[in-house]
Ligand binder design. Structure first.
Ligand SMILES: [Zn+2]
Length: 65
């Protein structure tokens, strides 16, 4: 599950992967296309600070310290 912001509804929803209507891996990161519970088309940027994303640079710094 993940959260989406629907600009048409002007609210945030929690949705499951069943709401995914499409996705693409672009040069700027993964993008998903999701239908909000009302049915609006919402584009989700999965590369923009999503939780659970590994931060190898910080762990490398911790190892070097
Ligand atoms: Zn909506």
């Amino acid at each position: 599950m993940f959260d989406i912001y629907c600009s048409t509804c002007d609210r945030i929803y929690i949705v499951g992967t069943a709401s995914l209507t499409g996705f693409a891996n672009t040069d700027n990161g993964p993008l998903g296309r999701v239908a909000c519970p009302v049915g609006h088309d919402v584009v989700v940027d999965f590369g923009a600070g999503r939780a659970g994303r590994p931060t190898t640079s910080s762990s490398d710094a911790a190892l070097a310290a």
